[in-house]
Design a protein. Structure first.
Length: 85
């Protein structure tokens, strides 16, 4: 099997919290990301629910070339994200 590297950019605190969570689950970041990717491929969609966590101006998933950004209009960023899928 040939392997390929993936480089992503994320907030340092998010990375640390994710590494701590995955360690408690008995895996590393690479294993967790591979699980996510395989589930996305298997389901042919995101293997999680993407929804606002609070009302008002909160971070919303929107690809916009790999950035997460703030928006009041939740529909537009998700539509932008779907275009890149």
């Amino acid at each position: 099997m040939a392997y390929a590297n993936i480089n992503i950019r994320t907030d340092a605190e998010v990375k640390k919290a994710a590494q701590e969570l995955f360690a408690r689950l008995g895996m590393d970041m690479t294993t967790a990301v591979n699980i996510f990717l395989r589930q996305a491929i298997s389901k042919n969609t995101l293997p999680l629910e993407v929804a606002p966590v609070a009302s008002g101006n909160v971070p919303v998933l929107g690809s916009m070339r790999g950035k997460i950004w703030m928006a009041d209009d939740f529909d537009a960023p998700l539509e932008d994200f779907r275009e890149y899928m």
